[in-house]
Design a protein around this ligand. Structure first.
Ligand SMILES: NC(=O)CC(=O)C(=O)O
Length: 322
């Protein structure tokens, strides 16, 4: 029986229904008018589906401006079925038979506001809901100051979801700064991590490319980011960086936008994951005798299910529990 004091071993990515497909990153220009944003998003998604995209990724906070003062007034009750933004995504996903990683919108629930991403399948149903785990906080005197926790409550669960286009891990923007979350998704067999984001001018230039490539290369999987477009005329002090991108498992840039409104389409070929891992066998070389990654949630589940009951689900690496 696997000891419960260590993490269950990593899962191999499962076989996806589709091995090669187009993914569209819809870098939307966002205005204070929610109806306008929803209509704009709909037509961008429809155009991307017409161009052959099977997966659409939307930006962080696309139904209203990313402004802490006004965000709560745009919040929608997703579980209560009062969410025009998510209803639109469900309608389009079902009409076009596509998968949508729905960026994020302010969600109201239990008297709180969350920064929430819904993943929607080709039948229009919500497959998963991710609430931003790490809330962004920055204070660079004379430059930028922002504290998301004054507005949002943080989520409690990492999100990995099986879709028609593979197993996807979800993070929202600042979540990308925590390599442990990406490692956890890799160890749960994700092919792709999607980070709907809204980086700003101060952090964007220095860190945006670096972090998405790092998450992809460290974990040898695909990373997709999608940001709102920069609006040079916006009254907000928070200027969006843009540059939505698709990164491959070797850190290669497969598609990238500039800062203006655009839909960029890239191709994901899932066979690149095993080939990269064969070419550069990091997992085999990992020194589990010196350091250890612990997925607390899976460890707890393993303990409560009884390790033997779930063991068959795990693929042992070199017959050892790492
Ligand atoms: N919205 C964010 O979480 C912003 C962020 O992380 C940044 O660096 O900018």
């Amino acid at each position: 029986m696997a000891p419960t004091s260590v993490s269950p071993p990593p899962l191999r990515p499962p076989k996806a229904n589709t091995q090669k497909y187009k993914v569209a990153l819809c870098q939307l220009l966002v205005s204070p008018d929610k109806e306008e944003n929803i209509a704009r998003a709909r037509s961008r998604i429809e155009a991307a589906a017409d161009a052959g995209a099977m997966l659409i990724v939307m930006p962080e906070i696309w139904c209203c401006p990313y402004s802490m003062d006004t965000l709560p007034s745009y919040a929608e009750d997703i579980d209560g079925g009062a969410s025009p933004s998510i209803s639109m995504l469900s309608e389009v996903a079902a009409a076009r038979k596509i998968t949508i990683v729905g960026g994020s919108i302010p969600e109201k629930a239990s008297g709180k506001v969350f920064n929430t991403c819904c993943v929607i399948g080709p039948d229009g149903h919500i497959l998963a809901k991710h609430r931003k785990l790490h809330l962004f906080e920055i204070d660079i005197p004379g430059d930028i100051k922002l504290k998301e926790s004054d507005t949002f409550t943080g989520g409690q669960e990492p999100t990995v979801v099986d879709t028609d286009v593979g197993r996807i891990g979800i993070g929202i923007c600042h979540d990308i700064r925590f390599p442990e979350l990406a490692m956890l998704y890799r160890s749960r067999g994700a092919h792709l991590i999607c980070y709907p984001s809204a980086f700003n001018m101060s952090t964007g230039e220095l860190l945006w490319d670096l972090m998405q490539k790092s998450r992809a290369v460290d974990n040898q999987l695909f990373v997709a980011t999608c940001s709102p477009a920069r609006d040079p005329n916006a009254k907000s002090e928070y200027m969006i960086w843009g540059h939505s991108s698709l990164i491959g498992p070797f850190g290669e840039v497969l598609a990238a936008a500039g800062h203006e409104e655009a839909t960029v389409i890239g191709e994901i070929d899932l066979s690149m994951i095993p080939s990269t891992r064969e070419n550069l066998p990091l997992e085999m070389q990992s020194r589990g005798d010196l350091y250890r990654f612990v997925d607390v949630q899976r460890q707890r589940e393993t303990a409560s299910n009884g390790a033997r009951g779930v063991e068959s689900e795990y693929v042992l690496v070199n017959d050892t529990v790492l």
